[in-house]
Design a binder for this molecule. Structure first.
Ligand code: GLY
Length: 267
């Protein structure tokens, strides 16, 4: 797997906020947490490819919002927050090496955090960042590649992936206060405890599941299901309304199956 990431901006305290109150953010501490996040990705087999630093973009570390990457193509988003539109070009330059690129065009807006891909199903959150025009454009782009796009109503959360992420084959972890279970027909849905509404954002990589240490009850619940759950201290980034998926774009390398193969010894 490849993981695109980007360094934390020293201006992260000026980040966009939708459902959270603003509180002081220690940029150095956020950077240290981000470094450990990259180390976790690396330990689980992802090759880190860093986008150019973007200190002028307070939310630039949340690269997930800049693109949607499928096995066949990548779609460069047009973020819903005006302050974030300048984040996409540097990510597009990187993705150009791996996938044919498509773009969501004005006046459509969409954040990658609203796009949850499970197999050939793509769920798109109808958030304050993502409009119906973008859902339509995305559908036109991905349908020829065999994907089905479903718009998902949301309430009281920033992105779809603030409220629903995959924990494994066909199973979703969901905050039912923000998204209806019925939005995901055919998938098993497990609900986060009411006391941990932010816990529905987890990151699945190479059989391991990463969750913020802010959510111990959810971690225990997932462990009881036999899942290999690991935790990370992510609190400083959470103050910027981020979940663990926000800081990376994960995708298979150009030659799936060969990338992780052992090196060939010349005879
Ligand atoms: N602070 C993350 C976002 O609002 O995009």
């Amino acid at each position: 797997m490849i993981a695109i990431t980007r360094a934390v901006s020293p201006r992260i305290v000026e980040c966009e906020l939708t459902c959270h109150d603003r509180e002081p953010i220690d940029a150095a501490r956020a950077s240290a947490q981000h470094e450990r996040y990259e180390q976790w990705l690396d330990r689980h087999g992802a090759r880190i490819v860093r986008a150019d630093p973007a200190p002028e973009h307070p939310d630039g570390v949340f690269v997930e919002d800049a693109a949607v990457v499928l096995d066949e193509i990548a779609i460069i988003t047009r973020p819903g927050a005006e302050s974030r539109r300048g984040e996409t070009d540097s990510v597009a330059r990187l993705l150009h090496d791996y996938r044919p690129l498509h773009r969501i065009e004005e006046p459509a807006t969409i954040d990658g955090g609203d796009v949850l891909t499970i197999g050939r199903s793509i769920f798109v959150g109808q958030s304050t960042r993502t409009n119906d025009l973008a859902v339509e454009q995305l559908r036109e782009i991905v349908t020829p590649h065999g994907y089905e796009v479903t718009a998902v109503p949301l309430r009281e959360c920033l992105h779809l992936k603030s409220a629903a992420t995959a924990v494994g084959d066909g199973t979703l972890l969901v905050n039912p206060r923000c998204v209806d279970r019925e939005s995901f027909p055919g998938l098993e849905v497990i609900a986060v405890p009411e006391t941990e509404p932010g816990a529905a954002n987890v990151l699945c990589l190479a059989g391991a599941l990463l969750i913020s240490s802010s959510y111990p009850e959810t971690r225990r619940m997932l462990q009881h299901r036999g899942l290999a759950v690991e935790t990370i201290d992510y609190q400083e980034l959470e103050k910027a309304e981020a979940g663990v998926t926000c800081c990376s774009i994960l995708f298979r390398g150009p030659s799936p199956g060969r990338e992780e193969a052992p090196p060939v010894t010349p005879e």
